[in-house]
Design a protein around this ligand. Structure first.
Ligand SMILES: Nc1nc2c(ncn2[C@@H]2O[C@H](COP(=O)(O)OP(=O)(O)O)[C@@H](O)[C@H]2O)c(=O)[nH]1
Ligand SMILES: [Mg+2]
Length: 213
């Protein structure tokens, strides 16, 4: 074998072992608006890297484009999983600019925001088909989980054979009902948490390592 061939082969072996061992999993955070996706993405990013992904907001559709925090290394029992946390806009059947007007916005700004939100939803759906290795599906456990959007999205996730964890968020609120979510998606594991208060995050990280590591 010539020297050039030998060098080329050893470089390509080194490169492929580097990439196959360390390639981070891309974990998408999906769910309806206001479920607490950005709050969760920020908590994961802060717990493991020290900085946040984006702003949390009581205004629906504040996350209008997907946001990504790369190379978040989560350590569990001496093993580490590296993930890219992708915070997506909430998926809904209706993005209406009048929703934004309710939040004291000028009409022009409201129309622009609703257009961006619609594009953001399309982008998030595209990523679900092409670009994520696993899904954290976040629900507000004070709300009814039996909605068209949840059924449709979880159905798409299943049809892509993506590993998914259902996160029942906002357990700090008195109206929180975890059982209702477990009943809606009995085929998946449901983990209760409060992303805001940081309750039960240890179990969330254990399961992330289990499912996506
Ligand atoms: N009580 C409570 N509120 C939460 C929790 N997680 C998020 N929120 C609130 O719910 C609202 C929407 O949160 P955000 O993360 O922006 O939701 P997103 O639209 O899914 O990204 C904000 O006012 C958050 O402070 C939680 O665990 N408990
Ligand atoms: Mg958000």
């Amino acid at each position: 074998m010539g020297l050039i061939t030998e060098i080329r082969d050893s470089i390509s072996r080194a490169a492929s072992s580097l990439f196959s061992a360390e390639d981070p999993k891309r974990i998408g955070i999906y769910g309806p608006p206001n479920a607490g996706k950005t709050t969760l993405a920020n908590r994961i990013a802060r717990d493991w890297t020290g900085d946040a992904v984006g702003p949390e907001s009581h205004i629906p559709h504040e996350t209008r484009r997907a946001r990504r925090k790369e190379n978040v290394e989560i350590e569990r029992d001496g093993k580490s999983v590296t993930i890219d946390v992708v915070d997506t806009p909430g998926v809904t059947t209706k993005v209406d600019y009048t929703e934004f007007l309710e939040h004291d916005m000028e009409k022009e700004d409201a129309v622009r925001r609703s257009r961006e939100a619609t594009e953001g939803v399309a982008e998030a759906m595209h990523w679900l088909r092409e670009d994520v290795d696993g899904v954290l599906y976040v629900l507000d456990s004070t709300e009814d989980p039996f909605t068209q959007v949840n059924t449709m999205l979880v159905g798409i996730i299943e049809s892509q054979d993506l590993p998914v964890l259902i996160l029942a968020n906002k357990t700090d609120l008195p109206e929180s009902n975890i059982r209702r979510i477990e009943n809606a998606f009995p085929q998946h594991e449901t983990i209760p948490l409060s992303a805001l208060e940081g309750d039960n995050m240890d179990e969330v990280y254990d399961k992330i390592a289990d499912y996506f590591g």
